[in-house]
Ligand binder design. Structure first.
Ligand code: M6R
Length: 610
């Protein structure tokens, strides 16, 4: 996965590209580069490392030009070397290309181009694109050359292209990789995401697969691959640029954890009317269909998959619809049996995860209805789904997902209420209690955040442990998984999430005096007493118990070494509150260890390759 940005302007564009790339680094940071056209000449600067490191060597801001491209790379084809960094150029160094995606037939194309005399200097699939455009540049018209080259390429791409022979034109094209066009004042943009250009414009065109855009500083036109112009809607995005910055927090992850009360409030805003749940027009599913659903299949990856597990619990418990959750990466390669009365829900923060996208496409082959629960407006997955419920978490920049997760839970909860009401599986009083319950969540989240000092103390005591266990039951078992995932990804400490009662079937052998064991144990009528028993079992073996318990609980503090309290809420809502101490614990431990929290090693924010 990579990030791309391009600008054509009346002014120098190096700073815009630099700032845009620093916002895009979550997409890839093993190498970075820029190219510009000035006086009819293409200049390229690139190197291995993060933006700041490469900038120290090549001084990107010294480069001048009113049209340019930038790229941050996360390698797929070809190792992490300067030659493999983007932009790539053709033989005559007149065409500059930045690319996010994978050209699947690049070997055959490369062989064909080498036979024709093209000379390659990198191992990437992207370099093929520059040479292929050069090969098609018969009449000197760059648009025709790009169009003809695209017709020969197979695979995924978001492309930015410059040609020294047309110094005021920026060409973009998209197929199965995210790309937006930004409309500015005397300047226009392309980018992999909206936040990277939000400081310059909030007017956005979403390119579709098979579309090409031609930008000059004064206009942006969109075409299909036959060169026919397409008029596209310009969306006004109401995220501000500041929302995409850290606002004084040390890391995006911490800022995003603290934004959760606001994010949940936004996610509920306008969707609770009297005793009803109302979604916007893009929800797209009729009452008739919702009443007829016999089964729900949820597809997701990582943290979104954990949200799916909680969704499954809510849907079965309250709306009485059989539900199951699949890893999208597994689902895409098996031939599941889906009937027309199945609803398939894709849960995804980014809306660009390759496995979730492929799984959804696989599901669509059965003619089922599909719904996306997604945070990014206009992202690829929302565009192939029959309906969408947006999570309104705002831009999530930290690689570790936090506010996207809790807003996904809020949306799944609202969707469950809607179904339960339509299908009459809950009475009016129960629906009212559920709505009152979620209305309180933003304030209750704030009081969980107020426990941060206690959590920081635990982090100080245990940051040097090598392993830890996270245990929960029922609706809080997925929270054990999520807490363990958060710790692993930002601190690199090994952690395992388990259903508390399963511990005695194996993991209990790991427990000794040095093992921290996190119990997620809010008070409930289902499993609370059983979890108390599990806590005793760990205590008897000397484990260090840190518990998340309901305010007022007097039993757990007697058994646990540390207790973090969350406010009393409905059972199905407890997971929205109980995950927050675990997010903070992972954050503080990682910070104490000096980890690169917002960009943990080996990870990228959206996994847009398989
Ligand atoms: O954008 P998505 O929700 O589809 O992403 C899915 C996972 O890649 C993501 O949740 C990942 O597990 C996060 N790094 C977890 O914090």
């Amino acid at each position: 996965m990579c990030g791309i940005i391009g600008v054509v302007s009346a002014n120098n564009v190096s700073e815009t590209l630099f700032n845009g790339l620093s916002n895009l680094e979550y997409r890839g940071y093993d190498s970075v580069g820029m190219c510009f056209i000035k006086n009819g000449k293409l200049t390229v600067r690139k190197g291995v490392g993060k933006l700041e490191e490469v900038h120290r060597k090549v001084n990107f801001l010294k480069l001048k030009g009113s049209i340019g491209l930038g790229h941050c790379r996360w390698s797929t084809h070809g190792g992490v070397t300067e030659n493999n960094a983007h932009p790539h150029v053709d033989c005559r160094k007149r065409i500059g290309v930045v690319h996010n995606g994978i050209i699947e037939n690049y070997s055959e194309l490369k062989e064909m181009l080498i036979k024709k005399g093209h000379r390659f200097y990198s191992q990437t699939d992207t370099e093929v694109i520059a040479h292929l455009i050069e090969d098609n540049l018969k009449n000197g018209k760059i648009e025709d050359a790009v169009r003809n080259a695209l017709k020969k390429m197979e695979g995924s791409y978001a492309l930015g292209i410059l040609f020294a022979g047309s110094p005021g034109k920026l060409i973009a094209a998209r197929n199965e990789s995210p790309l937006v066009v930004g409309i500015g004042d005397n300047e226009n943009f392309i980018a992999s995401d909206v936040p990277s250009i939000l400081s310059r414009t909030n007017k956005i065109i979403y390119l579709e697969d098979g579309e090409m855009a031609v930008l000059t500083k004064n206009e942006a036109k969109t075409f299909d691959l036959d060169g026919k112009e397409k008029k596209k809607k310009v969306h006004e995005i109401n995220w501000n640029a500041e929302a995409a910055q850290k606002s004084g927090y040390k890391h995006f992850m911490l800022k995003e954890i603290y934004e959760q009360p606001r994010a949940i409030a936004d996610t509920l805003n306008g969707r609770l009317e009297n005793n009803h749940v109302v979604f916007e027009e893009e929800f797209g599913l009729t009452d008739g269909f919702l009443k007829s659903i016999k089964r729900i299949v949820i597809l997701a990856c990582g943290t979104s998959w954990h949200a799916g597990l909680i969704g499954e619990f809510m849907l079965e418990e309250l709306a009485k619809i059989p539900a199951e959750v699949e890893y999208a990466s597994e689902f895409r390669y098996r031939h599941a049996l889906l009937g027309k009365d199945t609803l398939v829900i894709a849960i995804t923060q980014s809306g660009e995860t390759a496995d979730t996208m492929a799984a959804l496409k696989e599901a669509k082959k059965y003619g089922v209805k599909t719904l996306a629960v997604c945070n990014v407006i206009g992202s690829s997955i929302t565009r192939i789904s029959d309906g969408v419920i947006y999570t309104r978490a705002g831009p999530e920049i930290g690689v570790a997902s936090t506010k996207a997760f809790t807003t996904q839970l809020a949306v799944l909860y609202l969707f469950t209420i809607l179904l339960a009401k339509l299908r009459k599986t809950l009475n009016e009083k129960q629906i009212k209690d559920m709505i009152n319950g979620i209305r309180k969540i933003p304030l209750q989240l704030q009081s969980v955040l107020d426990e941060d000092n206690e959590i920081l103390k635990c982090a100080e005591l245990y940051y040097n442990k090598q392993n830890s266990l996270y245990l929960g039951r029922g609706v809080n078992f997925p929270i054990a998984l999520e807490g363990a995932l958060k710790l692993k990804e930002v601190s690199y400490i090994h952690a395992e999430g388990y259903p508390a009662a399963e511990m005695k079937h194996g993991p209990i052998a790991l427990i000794d005096k040095s093992m921290p064991v996190m119990f997620i144990a809010p008070h409930d009528i289902f499993t609370y007493k059983k979890v108390l028993g599990n806590i005793e079992e760990v205590k008897a073996r000397g484990g260090i118990i840190i518990a998340v318990a309901t305010a007022g609980d007097t039993e757990i503090p007697k058994k646990a070494k540390h207790t973090i309290f969350i406010p009393k809420t409905l059972y199905t809502l407890s997971s929205i509150l109980s995950v927050v101490p675990l997010q903070l614990l992972a954050y503080h431990i990682a910070d104490r260890l000096g980890r690169d929290i917002d960009k943990p090693r080996n990870l990228a924010k959206s996994v847009v390759v398989e």
